[in-house]
Design a protein around this ligand. Sequence first.
Ligand SMILES: [Fe+2]
Ligand SMILES: [Fe+2]
Length: 272
Amino acid sequence: MSVEPRSPKVRHMRIVHLSDIHAGSQYFVPNMLNRALVEVNDLAPDLVVVTGDLTNMGFRQEYREAKEYLDRLQCPLTMVVPGNHDSRNVGYMHFETLFERRDSVIRTGGCTVVGVDSTEPDLDNGRIGRHRYPWIRDALMEQPGDFKIFALHHHLLPIPGTGRERNVVHDAGDVLEVLVGCGVDLVLSGHKHVPYAWRLENMFIVNTGTVSTLRLRGTTKPCYNVIDIEGERVTVTRRYPFHGGEVVVEFDAAASTYIRHDAHLDRVISDL
Ligand SMILES: [Fe+2]
Ligand SMILES: [Fe+2]
């Protein structure tokens, strides 16, 4: 599929990307989430995207707790997709009760954001599924000149420092082809609590860590991302609750130029 060159648009969007709250986990730190929510409200984003693992076991009381926190967001738009922990114990029923849709689309300010459920009940593995590709394509291409964002819980590319690789969706190759074919600019995901950023073709794939737990691998810290979009210019800032933040990626979606601030990507692999 060829993607039409898009006309320059006036875009001013601030998106906050949170993931892996894990309410109910013994590693959940309420104070961390309290602080993050205060910071996010101060940042006054146009949209907050939450890429799953709101809960630990998909139980109703965990969902209620996570929802009570998210209800404190003073943001006009929120998109939430489920994670593998949320689909345990038929937890996707509670997700639908509280958030209605497991797949959703938000179009605002010259941006199209498509969020999908990549989970399978009671499995930690992820999958999108071929039967959903037409819907994803249609959702992404309805406004072809938009800046396009795709959000899911699982990874589309392996991420360093996450141990044995079991976290990429089973149909990642096909999904990547769909997304690149639609001219997606940015993919947001979570899952293994390791923040990272890859570039593939003209698309940045940016993973965030857990915002509010101490289920941490290596030296990673709880964090969330802030994405500022000005026209075609994009800046991704990783923020740590209580501890400020740093720019990790800057790119120009039209000119295909970018800076990946490798010094700020956590060094998780030691040289042999
Ligand atoms: Fe998680
Ligand atoms: Fe997960």
